[in-house]
Design a binder for this molecule. Sequence first.
Ligand code: ADP
Ligand code: ZN
Length: 739
Amino acid sequence: MPKFVRVLLDESGGRSFDYEIPAAATDAVVVGSRVRVPVRTRAVLGTVIAVSETTDADGIREILEVVSGEPPMSPQLIRLAEWVANYYCCPLEAALRTALPGVIRKAEVGHKTRLAARLAREISAEEIETIRRRAPNQAEVIIALQATQGAMLVSELAEKCSVAPQTVKALAKKGILTIESETVARDPHGSETFVPNAKLELNAEQAVVFAKVCEAVDGASPPKPILLHGVTGSGKTEIYLQAIERVLERGGGAILLVPEISLTPQTVERFKSRFAATHHEVAVLHSHLSEGERHDEWHRIRSGAARVVIGARSAVFAPVEKLGIVIVDEEHENTYKQEETPRYHGRDLAVLRGHIEKCAVLLGSATPSLESYHNAVTGKYELLRLTLRVDDQKMPFIRIVDMRMEAKKSSPILSDPLTAAITARLEKKEQVILFLNRRGFSTTLLCGKCGYVHECPNCSISLTFHRAANRVVCHMCGHLAVAPTKCPGCKDPGIKYTGTGTEKVEDTVCRFFPKAIVKRMDADVMQRREAYRETLNAFRTGKIDILVGTQMIAKGLHFPNVTLVGIVNADMGLHLPDFRASERTFQLLTQVAGRAGRGDVEGEVVVQSYTPFHPAIQFARHHDFEGFYEQEIEWRQKMGQPPFTHFILITVRSPHQERGRFSTETLHRRLKEVLLANVTLGEFAPAPLEKSHGNFRFHIAIRAQGILKVSRMIRDVLDRLTMPEDVFAVVDVDAMQLM
Ligand code: ADP
Ligand code: ZN
């Protein structure tokens, strides 16, 4: 009989204590239960993280109250959270906070209830007339309720009859109607209706893949994770849909992770409408939900009402019971990595959750991450392929423009070949996408006389000029200032705006093609959510000729009439001090190219580059993922980079440069003292982005074969190290952000 529990307190910095289970509550307390326990003189909420028959703690006290009957977290989810804490080197409390969203833990956000009125009995016409003589308003209310033949919200009823809510309540007092509170679901897609979309007949390639996925779903033994490498438009999503259907038929549930940016109404609609036919509800989890919506979606999942969950990375913690499959679309996407504590990777957790729940895991991408592909090649994952587009379209033709030759000519933004290609497409009334992954007009303000570069006062990057707003903006911290007309250094009026952002591309395109309708899509113009939808709709219906944008337009959008995609500067991400720079460039080019030619017309891609022979560009040009993988993996192995090692980055930051440097040095020394075998500790150095948000930043890089032991070691060292109050250390395991 378990008699004791360890309780992780919601407050007090994630400490846990042991408590005794009151005899009457033995059956009610399990791992995951929420309990109220005494801490000194107060009663505090916490989560049970372990139950046991013994304890070696003294002066043990009893649990005061078991909060909800049903524990909000399954033992599997608790295990997942524990793993997050151990692997990503963070307090268990932080991991649990992520696994169990704040709105669920907080008592004050409950279910939404409303008051509904219904007639308590039959009311005859004569009786209504009698009432009308004394209180005409009340008679109207009765007539309105008779007309609806059911319940109506008190507020709506009052509004419909133009009476005060008190009038309705007065009728309730007389016993003519009853008022009850009912729970209403805050469904973020409640106002939309879904026409069932029929299951498609799979083509030969898809059928082979689907059969394998079914084996994983149906199989008795825990399956290997599957990596589905399928070119854009090869019908991966259809496979996801049918795999989920299979799981539902078997009585299980499913989680589909998609990058936040792809979680568009169209994506949700495609899933909701497919499962509408079999009356399966789909819950959606993403960061734009209100607290109330999140609360209700979570409970819809927890109660089993919704067995399919679509969401961004945190949906990997969705409380789905009898999980049958976890799918990660676009598994290579960086946005699956959370860039705040706990710094987990949604895709890696998906694989782990599948392992814990012994269910199928399906990772899909047109450009798999080197890590996942390596796992597939070495047999840890099963590798499946879709090599053909469903519509039989050829892959778009990719032309590389050598900008070193173009630089001397007319425009440094639109080369002659790109200009000619745009002209040709516009003449045929086809549509064009121009892509540049940088917002703003000019990215650098440089004084030609004294060499002054206008930098952010808080960050070591230069300010970006936004012409429409006539402001200079820091893309790191948001610092904003009026654009200077003179050099802030030497007061020379000849300050130059150099470097190109989307705003300047838009400006140039408008000048080159005055008759075309040009629209820009980036975080600056798309601050409202509706603006994003409106622009996409306008583009889809042909009201825009040329769409200029950042990665916002690179992802998963289908536009049949887009036949030309221009990549304004392919080199942008290539020369960063980041071992994934090539991989990211290859992925980006391939994904952007996938936007061209999805209709009946063959697509074309023009890539402008100053390093046209770079392997990332050349392999992307030939749609050669394997070729890229082979040469990149060889380099990674030679350099001891991931996936051959795990990369852990410790960032120390402080508003005080010297204190930051000193603490980094001390930390580095301590780490060196306890260094394990198979672990390489790099030298400490200022971060490439030396200053951000007013903080000086230092890096310590660690490469290791396994993680759990190293993570423990780092945690121990940090716990024992006292740092000045204004110095912070952040550990990032499997870091993606290296700046
Ligand atoms: P991916 O996810 O690989 O980019 P999708 O699943 O979105 O590809 O498929 C691309 C298009 O092809 C979609 O419009 C989809 O409805 C259609 N499609 C997918 N599979 C089939 C099929 N077996 N038969 C007909 N159309 C299909
Ligand atoms: Zn800044």
